[in-house]
Ligand binder design. Structure first.
Ligand code: MMA
Ligand code: CA
Length: 212
């Protein structure tokens, strides 16, 4: 009888130790988990805030859209107010105000860049279709493509000019003295045309979305 009680006492002692070890481990693990959440959150917020304050110099408010279907992959993408979102970019139709310029194309690019953007760069049929869908068929718009000389076409964001993703009108480009490019509607079709940089045209600006 006495022996039995002793054995029971030892058992209680061991299970108590095991339980304490388990509780302490769980507490330690949850502390680590919470700490890593706090650090990750702080790091992400710092990155977003830096990008937002950079852009707040040009834009006072933004519109954000939720992307992704599953809760786990849900992100917010933002464009400055009045800019239109498509893919990973935001787009704005813009006009320069000056009345006398030797290069309205250059002025248009500078105007975009004052907003933290650049003249639009087009790399796919989908992007071409989205952009032409927001334009007025009676107007013409500068894009971020120019001839550095001798028909060497270059995009303003330095991405490579890919001949197989170009949307020139039939017969264009047609003139070595026309070193800037517009998007316009001709013969019921949107397309690109080289024109003199000194012509005054509307323009399309583009910038990367901000992801939250
Ligand atoms: C014509 C055609 C174009 C050229 C513009 C210049 C109206 O279109 O020749 O290729 O760029 O003129 O204004
Ligand atoms: Ca032309």
């Amino acid at each position: 009888m006495v022996q039995e009680i002793k054995l029971q006492g030892k058992g209680v002692c061991w299970s108590l130790r095991l339980w304490s070890a388990a509780v302490i481990s769980i507490l330690l693990l949850s502390t680590c988990f919470i700490a890593s959440c706090v650090v990750t959150y702080q790091f992400t917020m710092d990155k977003i805030n830096t990008r937002l304050s950079e852009l707040h110099a040009y834009h006072s408010s933004f519109t954000c859209f939720s992307e992704g279907i599953m809760m786990s992959e849900k992100v917010w993408s933002c464009c400055p107010e009045d800019w239109k979102p498509f893919g990973s970019h935001c787009y704005l139709i813009s006009t320069v105000t000056s009345n006398n310029s030797s290069s309205y194309w250059m002025e248009s690019e500078e105007n975009c860049s004052r907003m933290g953007a650049h003249l639009v760069v087009i790399h796919s049929q989908e992007e071409e279709d989205f952009i032409t869908g927001i334009l007025n068929t009676r107007l013409a718009y500068f894009i971020g493509l120019w001839d550095t000389g001798g028909r060497q076409w270059r995009w303003v964001d330095q991405t490579p000019y890919n001949e197989s993703a170009t949307f020139w009108h039939r017969g264009e480009p047609n003139n070595d003295n026309e070193q800037c490019v517009i998007l316009n509607h001709r013969w019921h079709e949107w397309g690109w045309n080289d024109i003199p940089c000194s012509h005054k045209q509307e323009s399309v600006c583009q910038m990367k979305k901000i992801y939250l």
